[in-house]
Design a protein around this ligand. Structure first.
Ligand SMILES: *[C@@H]1O[C@H](CO)[C@@H](O)[C@H](O)[C@H]1NC(C)=O
Ligand SMILES: *[C@@H]1O[C@H](CO)[C@@H](O)[C@H](O)[C@H]1NC(C)=O
Ligand SMILES: *[C@@H]1O[C@H](CO)[C@@H](O)[C@H](O)[C@H]1NC(C)=O
Length: 224
């Protein structure tokens, strides 16, 4: 008899403790986004006001580099290679016309903790995943899967460009040989465009190519 009373007391205590802990953690902890892994590969489907593109994103923080390889729907394949020293090369390769633009940014690539300090907006379904949603710097809404904490979708508020994360391979690294901009990015025979030319001509191009990615890091990193 004594032991069954003991068991009942213990059960009540345990239940109480469980509820207490459960409530205290679920009411006081605002979710925070997972930092980005130091290296990953992600395939993104991007819709920019009805213009579709598929982007291979190779994020490589330890090597100070970030690559967007952008396939426009039935269009060109464009390479946007960004170094942490602020230099970006935006180029096309054969069989497309050989073009290259070299840009300089005052800030490097996104840091793995760039989402720190984002404002929590709550939960909603995005692409059929239950997600936590944050807003960062009035610039982006970031959706992260509640279960796996992988990014699912992000939206640039300025342009309405929506990125859907199709794959997210943590630890995947693109071999060094692919991080080499083509020789015509370095050609001295052609006159070096002046900075304001680079900026003004590239704005249109970047607008089409992924200017958001640049505005994005400019905005987000300049906060630090
Ligand atoms: C792309 O976004 C536009 C709105 O900007 C929408 O009307 C269209 O249906 C979307 N396309 C696809 C394939 O999701
Ligand atoms: C930044 O690094 C890249 C890759 O090493 C190099 O090609 C580029 O010239 C560098 N830019 C500057 C401003 O040093
Ligand atoms: C490639 O270059 C040719 C010759 O300059 C030009 O006529 C054509 O429009 C260019 N194609 C693209 C996709 O830029």
């Amino acid at each position: 008899m004594a032991s069954s009373t003991d068991q009942r007391i213990c059960f009540s205590l345990c239940l109480f403790l469980f509820l207490f802990l459960h409530l205290s953690t679920s009411t006081t902890d605002t979710p925070i986004p997972a930092p980005w892994p130091e290296q990953f590969h992600s395939v993104l489907f991007i819709n920019r006001s009805g213009t579709l593109q598929k982007t291979d994103l190779w994020y490589d923080w330890p090597n100070g580099r970030n690559f967007n390889i952008i396939q426009y729907q039935q269009g060109v394949l464009k390479y946007d290679l960004e170094w942490n020293n602020g230099t970006s090369f935006i180029y096309t390769l054969d069989p497309f016309n050989r073009t290259c633009k070299k840009l300089h940014f005052d800030v490097g690539i996104l840091r793995p903790n760039w989402l720190e300090g984002a404002k929590y907006l709550g939960q909603e379904y995005a692409d059929n995943f239950l997600c936590n949603v944050w807003e960062k710097a009035d610039f982006i809404w970031y959706h992260e899967d509640v279960l796996t904490r992988r990014p699912v979708k992000w939206i640039f508020l300025t342009s309405g460009m929506v990125s859907h994360v199709m794959t997210f391979e943590v630890g995947a690294v693109l071999e060094d040989e692919h991080w080499q901009a083509p020789v015509y990015c370095f050609s001295k025979s052609e006159p070096e465009p002046r900075l304001h030319n680079i900026m003004s001509s590239s704005l249109l191009d970047l607008e089409a190519a992924g200017g958001d990615a640049h505005g994005f890091r400019q905005t987000l990193i300049s906060e630090w």
